[in-house]
Design a protein around this ligand. Structure first.
Ligand SMILES: *Cc1c(COP(=O)(O)O)cnc(C)c1O
Length: 365
């Protein structure tokens, strides 16, 4: 007795996807990114399922505190570092690692009242132009941090790619070269106390030259490809989430009759319409146009009519038998979220991340 709209999370797939990151870069440590509630999958459950991961990455200290309070023991990297100086002490006490990417963050670390040293990741802007110190100045920042008793002995130098999902784009190689050039100009090399980190999912899967001591897989952990086209590594991933609902009503609609709000779809033939109890209030995108695929009993059928808050309507005229209670899949292993996202002019990352808590997460395996 409950609404059949759920997100089923396959924990074995999570572990398998992380194992692929490890397999592709056996000399690297893979830190799963669990920001934004683990891309909608449930951060705590994802961390628990990936208990062998060496560390996790989040966007802010609130996300890190929630995981620590719930018993997650690994180091947790704050990818944007601190937003205010008082976070440094909390970070040091809790073994949260800090990205330090601007002067204010650096000063907050150097002048912190903490008695414990904090682990620092020094962020370099090699071309994304969003966060990070200029490569030319890295030597000076690195030395200042190195010399401080507030900073743990091991420092990671990191950068982030803007275009790694585009395998034809030279920007990734340019950013990698800029990173390496900066290190060599400043006589910084990887050693036991200096580690490097460049790769996100797309780089792990598609840019072998970017693999270093640490990699930061996000989207791939959840089993989705960051690439628009087929790719030999990405195609080994297994989607972790199955977003599932069910048929709650069926009707015949005559030629010329419309379905749903704004009447933006009119039946071109005598049609059978199935109403599914999932809508934009559940994270199914309202911009999904007529024709977006929905699996009904595993068969692709076109969405017709506007997405409502709590319902959608699907044309099941071509299916032999459909009944109330039959399964509807919005995305999952048999219908990649990327494909739905493409119809909606967005990316799968956004669809997953925006799934609200209204949709119960059910954890399998
Ligand atoms: C989110 C994030 C990642 C992971 O990106 P994916 O494309 O999901 O693999 C890696 N590094 C940083 C700095 C990030 O913010």
């Amino acid at each position: 007795m409950s609404r059949p709209t759920v997100a089923i999370i396959n924990r074995q797939a999570l572990r398998d996807n992380l194992a692929l990151a490890d397999l592709l870069a056996p000399a690297s440590k893979s830190m799963p990114m669990v920001k934004a509630n683990a891309y909608g999958h449930g951060a705590l459950e994802v961390c628990k399922a990936l208990q062998n991961a060496p560390a996790f990455g989040v966007a802010c200290i609130e996300e890190a505190v929630a995981l620590r309070s719930a018993g997650i023991e690994q180091p947790i990297l704050l990818l944007e570092g601190t937003f205010s100086a008082d976070e440094v002490e909390v970070a040091a006490e809790n073994n949260f690692w800090l990205m330090v990417e601007n002067e204010a963050q650096k000063q907050a670390v150097l002048t912190s009242s903490s008695t414990q040293a904090v682990n620092v990741w020094l962020g370099m802007d090699t071309g994304m132009h969003r966060l990070g110190f200029q490569p030319d100045d890295i030597g000076q920042h690195y030395q200042a941090l190195r010399a401080s008793s507030k900073v743990a002995k091991s420092i990671v130098l990191a950068t982030h790619f803007a275009c790694a999902d585009d395998l034809e784009n030279p920007a990734t190689t340019e950013q990698t070269n800029s990173f390496q050039r900066c290190l060599s100009v400043n006589s910084i090399s990887a050693d036991e106390n200096t580690e490097l980190s460049l790769a996100n999912s797309a780089a792990i899967l598609g840019w072998p030259d970017t693999r270093r001591q640490w990699q930061r897989p996000g989207y791939m952990i959840y089993g989705n490809s960051p690439f628009p086209d087929a790719h030999e590594n990405a195609d080994q991933l297994t989607p972790v989430m199955t977003f599932q609902s069910a048929v709650i009503s069926l009707r015949k609609v005559k030629v010329g009759e419309s379905v749903g709000y704004t009447a933006n779809w009119k039946a071109p033939r005598l049609s059978t319409i199935a109403t599914i109890t999932v809508g934009y209030g559940d994270g199914y995108p309202r911009q999904a146009p007529n024709g977006t695929p929905v699996l009904i009993n595993g068969v692709r059928c076109p969405l017709v009519g506007r997405v409502s808050m709590d319902m959608i309507t699907v044309d099941v005229t071509d299916l032999n038998e459909v009944g109330i209670g039959d399964k509807a899949t919005l995305w999952g292993p048999d219908l990649p979220v990327n494909e739905v996202a493409k119809h909606c002019d967005t990316i799968g990352y956004e669809l997953l991340t925006r799934m609200p808590s209204r949709v119960p997460r059910i954890y399998l395996n």
